[in-house]
Design a protein around this ligand. Structure first.
Ligand code: AMP
Ligand code: ZN
Length: 142
């Protein structure tokens, strides 16, 4: 499972350099070249899957377990005050590299970063319940 045109597959194959922080037979973690906050790392499966929904659950569990270890290293190794874990699926969600990845971003008091997170509102309770019903149905068949 590799894509010759995928930049992260090329990193896995060693064709493009990366600043590696962790590697095993299935998972790779390395520094993000454009850090939101310095120390920002990426965790990926070595095999090419585009979105979180494409990854076999056992492998996804291993990627998330490494993500947890990287988060701990950000706290313990870099002295982070907090950590954001961020993950994107699809261009509309901001995914620029179509190889599934988890961002682990250290946060420090006064680091100046803020997420553009605007809380919205449902028209009424029925609108939320309708969407919840569709999700419950989808979850039954997933
Ligand atoms: P996303 O926008 O969620 O798809 O995240 C892609 C991330 O990959 C961005 O944060 C980029 O800075 C990062 N990135 C792209 N190319 C490289 C590279 N060659 N080495 C390390 N990080 C990269
Ligand atoms: Zn890939």
């Amino acid at each position: 499972m590799t894509d010759p045109t995928c930049i992260f597959c090329r990193i896995v194959r060693g064709e493009i350099p990366c600043e590696k922080i962790y590697e095993d037979d299935a998972v790779l973690a390395f520094m993000d070249i454009g850090p939101i906050i310095k120390g920002h790392a990426l965790i990926i499966p070595k095999a090419h899957y585009e979105r979180i929904i494409d990854v076999p659950p056992d492998l996804l569990g291993r990627v998330i377990a490494v993500t947890q270890r990287v988060a701990r290293a950000l706290f313990d190794g870099l002295g982070a005050d907090g950590v954001n874990i961020h993950q994107t699926n699809g261009a509309v969600a901001g995914q620029t590299v179509p190889h599934v990845h988890f961002h682990a971003i250290p946060r420090f008091e006064g680091d100046g970063h803020s997420w553009n997170w605007r809380a919205g509102a449902y028209a009424d309770r029925a609108e939320m319940a309708g969407l919840a019903g569709r999700l419950r149905d989808a979850l039954k068949s997933s």
